[in-house]
Structures are given as C-alpha cells and as structure tokens.
Write a protein that binds this ligand. Structure first.
Ligand code: NAD
Length: 410
C-alpha cells in the first residue's frame, strides 16, 4: 500500500542521503541545526541557523474567500497550540488586492519585512475582478510572484492525494483514482515566468509577443535534490517531466536530472515528455510517485492533478526556500464566485497549515494530528458543497473548520 504524503517521516532528507544533522538536542532554549536541500557538497551547500522555541507565523488572508478560509486555519492553529503547547505567535499582514486598496501596492514593504522576519507564512488567496483593470505591475498576482521571488521560495510542493472518503467526488472512475498519492515538485522562481527578455514589441508592422524559458544548471540541480530527497523518503520513484525533444532548456534539465540520479541509487528516475505526462495523469495517475518539473509545466500539471482528487478545495501546497522556510497556501484562487457566502471549503488551507508544521516547524506529530482530524471530520460526514456528492446544503466554511477543531480536541 502506498504511504500517504503526510506520513513521510523525514521530509527533504532521504535515508542516509541528505545532510540534515542534529548537532544539538532539541528541547533547550535553542538548538543549532544544519539543514540542507543540497547533497554531498554540490549545489548550494548547507546552512546553520538558530532554532528558536517561539516560532513566528505571518498570516496573509488576501482577497475573495482568502479571509474566510484563513480564519478556519487560525482556529485549527489555536487548537493545536492548546493541545501541543506549541509556541507560536502569529501576526496578520496585507497582500494582494486588499493591500493595493489600502496602500497602492499588492506587496507593501511592511508586508515584505514581516515575511522576512517570519518562520513561515500562511497565505489565503489573492485576486478578483475588482482588480482586473489595475495596471499590470500593481495587480494582486504580482504581489504573490514578488513575495515568492524575494524570499527565494524555489521549491513548490503540491501533493495530490485522494482521501478515500472522497473517491466519488473525482471526475475519474474510483478504481483509477482510489489510493492516489502523488507529489508534484515544481520549480517556482525560474523558467519562462521570470526569464528575460520578455515583452511585446513591434516588428515588421505587427506586434510580437515573446518570453524566455531559461534555467541554469545550478537551478535545476537545486530543485532536483529536493525532488530526489522527497522521492527517497516516499516510494522511491521520480519522474522528471520535460520537452527535451524540442526545447534545449529542458534538454539540459533532463541531462542534469540524469547526472543527479547517480547520487540517489535508491531512487528510480524516469523521464517523460510533458504532453505524455498530461495524458498519463488522467489515464493512469497511480503510476506516479513524485514528479519534478519546471515552472510552466508544473503550473499546468499540478492543476490537472488537483482535479483528479475531486475538488481544488482539498489541495494544500508549500513553497520552500533552501532553509525550509515556507509559504503555505491552498492550490486554489480567491474564488470570487462564492466569496462572502461562507461556503468555501477550508480544508486545503487547513492541510497547508499541516504542511507548515511538517516542513518549516519540524512538527510532524502536529501535522499528523491535523491531517487525522481532517479525516475524522470527513468520516463523520462533514462536506462543503464542492465535495458533497449527495446534494443537499453542504456544511458552511465555519462548520467544516469547527468539525476539524472538534476532532482535534476529541
Ligand atoms: P479559483 O481557484 O479561484 O476558482 C476556480 C473554481 O473553483 C471556482 O468555481 C471556485 O468557486 C472553486 N473553488 C476554488 N476554491 C474553492 C474552495 N476552497 N471551496 C470551494 N470551491 C472553490 O480560480 P479562478 O476562478 O481561475 O481565479 C479567481 C481569482 O483567483 C483570479 O483573480 C485569479 O487570478 C486568482 N488566483 C489566485 C491564486 C492564488 O492566490 N495563489 C491562484 C489562482 C488564481
């Protein structure tokens, strides 16, 4: 049986393959810890930092349903704070359209400063029709892109896992998706979304649009190590997705991934063209364990994988830097069509909080408790409208959050 993504014992550090090392026991006032997402001195090296007891979480609710779903995750955080004596402090900040309305910027400098000082960030969602006409540089989405790039959040982890209770909610047949548990690792700060030159120019009397897909060897190696290490801690299969038959940038991607494989003998590396990967994800998704790919392909494939699980309202994500500081957010957007109605599904955000506990706060035990509470709420029949198959009103956002909190307190 496959191990669910949330039971990965020691994320980002494979059996005997990573470099993370406890140099002082946990539990004192502070502990020094060496954490690395690189391997054997290659790549970007390891880091020493002081592990404080009190962790700082920045909460950025954003726009649309963002404030509604984040409120539920904050309730869950309060419940785990009580149950586990977790020493965390939270503060809220402005981002996206809400920040633009107040300050004229989608990512005000104060928010960026708060984000730099935090150990982890819980993010709701941004954007909406209200800001569609705003000049491009000030749009809400720019705030998120800048936050990711300013903080160096290069590794985007998007698990797509089907809770057995929701097998009927997928648009695919239950036998194709039941037990689905895949992890997409997407490079987030490079590739065609950031490459220069880019723009729209006049050429021979017509407009020409252009972007540049560019990856350096070190950028590929950095995300490759994360993916290999995660694959070693899961089922040992890594599929690198490229378009090496036509794009040189992904030819290099494929070569570097192949070179890295020598360092991870326990991981079985395969390569797949992106068009085939898109097809295989709906034909036989369970063939995958971990998928690693660049920014553009990862954007598209992870949304496709999201739908395999029934609702985008169930899917968490993490975006990590090299020290595992992370921004945690649901995979979905601000859902303007249902904002303010109190019917949004808060589980993706609550599960993002669980990922935060595991990856940035080193509290796998708390993460497991949150995930178990979500399962318990589903077992008890709680469903928001997006995952309800039998019709009916569906639970409100607040009722679903309360059900998870109650399960945590049982
Ligand atoms: P969306 O993810 O917001 O919504 C797509 C569909 O899924 C909608 O029908 C929506 O009601 C539903 N949905 C989404 N989240 C849900 C939840 N938690 N519970 C129940 N149903 C849910 O995508 P969109 O409509 O393409 O984009 C809306 C806005 O969000 C746009 O402005 C877009 O730019 C922005 N966006 C933001 C982010 C982000 O904040 N990271 C990501 C994607 C899109």
């Amino acid at each position: 049986m496959q191990r669910p993504f949330y039971s990965v014992p020691s994320p980002l550090v494979g059996e005997g393959q990573g470099e993370g090392e406890e140099v002082r026991e946990r539990g004192g006032q502070c502990g020094l810890r060496s954490v690395s997402l690189s391997h054997k001195g290659r790549g970007t090296g390891s880091f020493l930092y002081v592990e404080r007891e009190m962790k700082k979480i920045l909460v950025l609710p954003g726009d649309g349903i963002g404030p509604e779903i984040v409120t539920e995750a904050e309730k869950v955080l309060e419940a785990v704070r009580e149950r586990f004596g977790l020493e965390v402090e939270t503060e809220r900040g402005l981002v996206g359209g809400a920040a633009y309305d107040e300050t004229g910027e989608p990512l005000p400098e104060t928010t960026l400063q708060q984000a730099r000082e935090a150990d982890a960030i819980l993010f709701g969602s941004i954007g909406g029709p209200k800001w569609d006409a705003v000049e491009r540089d000030k749009r809400p989405e720019r705030g998120l892109l800048r936050l990711r790039s300013e903080l160096g959040l290069f590794a985007n982890l998007r698990p797509a896992m089907l809770f057995p209770q929701l097998a009927d909610a997928s648009s695919l047949r239950p036998e194709v998706v039941s037990g689905l548990d895949i992890l997409i690792v997407r490079e987030l700060t490079g590739g065609i979304y950031f490459g220069q030159p880019r723009g729209i120019r006049e050429e021979n009397g017509e407009r020409v649009g252009f972007n540049t897909d560019v990856y350096s060897e070190s950028e590929i190696r950095r995300i490759g190590h994360v993916a290999f290490e995660l694959a070693s801690a899961r089922n040992g299969r890594l599929c690198s997705v490229d378009k090496a038959n036509v794009m040189e940038v992904t030819e290099l991607w494929k070569e570097v991934m192949t070179e890295l494989a020598a360092d991870y003998p326990r991981v079985e590396l395969s390569h797949m063209y992106v068009d085939n990967a898109a097809m295989q994800l709906v034909r036989a998704p369970k063939q995958f364990d971990v998928i690693v790919t660049g920014n553009l392909f990862g954007d598209i494939l992870s949304d496709e994988a999201a739908m395999l699980t029934g609702s985008i309202g169930m899917l968490p994500s993490a975006s990590l830097d090299e020290q595992r500081k992370g921004l945690y957010e649901p995979c979905h957007g601000s859902a303007p069509d249902i904002a303010g109605q109190g019917i949004a599904n808060p589980l993706a955000t609550i599960l993002s909080l669980a990922m935060m506990m595991r990856y940035s706060l080193d509290r796998g035990d708390v993460a497991e408790a949150i995930e178990a509470a979500v399962e318990r709420a589903l077992d008890q029949g709680w469903r928001t409208a997006d995952i309800a198959t039998g019709g009916g009103r569906g639970a409100s956002t607040g009722e679903m959050g309360d059900a998870v909190v109650a399960a945590l307190r049982e």
